[in-house]
Design a protein around this ligand. Structure first.
Ligand SMILES: Nc1ncnc2c1ncn2[C@@H]1O[C@H](COP(=O)(O)OP(=O)(O)OP(=O)(O)O)[C@@H](O)[C@H]1O
Ligand SMILES: [Mg+2]
Length: 254
């Protein structure tokens, strides 16, 4: 008998094919992956290889074509409410205020209005947007919009935060700031954010942030390498060790 699993997520031989006009295309093939609680894992892979597809499967938004996804040892059968997602495009609703956007996931989970407001305000504060509760997305910069996206995801206190290229639509300085803030939030004892799966096509971003980097191949995505980043935080991007890890991943993808 196997020992009880401590894994948060386990993918077993997960494949996904999409029907397309010119025939079926396989996007993901035979992915085996496990994520432990409290890990910060990054998925890197070439454009169009199937990264977002993999996140949607892990989130339970769609089933794999074959293979299975286990969450805390149990097969996933629908949308996983223990997960929350942050999108590259921010995905804010323009007709709702910052606070109403942050409240969305709480409303969907049946939380009372008074408690919702309290929780939303707490997380708006945590992402540095205190004072912008009643603002509309059109009044915010890109970085501020993504802070709202982050607050909305954190507000449901997810066990697993899924991030799909969250910094790719931001200018360089803003993304540097937000990456640091994400690490601060991850370490913040007042926030129950412990496990993160981040999708990125930026190798340096993956090495800067994650404990482990999973390197995916061109479509159909397969795992080329599952690599531990043994560097202390804060990481020095100019150090030789940092550069060596980036080079190693680059040579796998290139
Ligand atoms: N719902 C769908 N129906 C049919 N094909 C799809 C669907 N979603 C994605 N695809 C195709 O699957 C492939 C992988 O898409 P996916 O968005 O998962 O890749 P990605 O690695 O996230 O890409 P990007 O780097 O552009 O974000 C693409 O070729 C895309 O056209
Ligand atoms: Mg994508």
């Amino acid at each position: 008998m196997q020992p009880a699993s401590t894994e948060l997520v386990r993918l077993e031989q997960v494949s996904k094919a999409y029907p397309q006009p010119q025939g079926t295309i396989t996007v993901i093939e035979g992915i085996d992956l496990s994520i432990q609680p409290k890990e910060f894992v990054a998925l890197v892979g070439p454009s169009g290889c199937g990264k977002s597809t993999l996140l949607r499967i892990i989130n339970g938004l769609m089933p794999p074509t074959s293979g299975r996804v286990l969450y805390r040892g149990k097969p996933l059968t629908g949308v996983n409410l223990n997960c929350a997602m942050v999108f590259q495009s921010f995905a804010l609703l323009p007709w709702l205020t910052v606070r109403e956007n942050v409240e969305l996931g709480l409303e969907a989970r049946g939380m009372e209005p008074e408690q919702r407001v309290k929780k939303a305000n707490f997380f708006i504060d945590k992402v540095g947007l205190d004072g912008y509760e009643e603002a509309y997305p059109r009044e915010l910069s890109g970085g501020m919009k993504q802070r709202v996206g982050l607050a909305r995801a954190l507000a449901v206190e997810p066990e697993l935060l899924l991030m799909d290229e969250p910094f790719s639509a931001l200018d360089a300085l803003t993304s540097v700031a937000l990456r640091e803030e994400l690490l601060d939030l991850w370490r913040d004892p007042e926030i129950a954010l412990r496990t993160i799966l981040l999708v990125t096509h930026l190798i340096e971003e993956a090495v800067e942030l994650a404990d482990r980097v999973i390197v995916l191949s061109n479509r159909p995505a397969r795992i080329l390498k599952d690599l531990v980043v043994p560097l202390q935080r804060p990481r020095n991007k100019k150090s030789e060790e940092f550069g060596q890890i980036v080079d190693e991943i680059f040579s796998l993808i290139a």
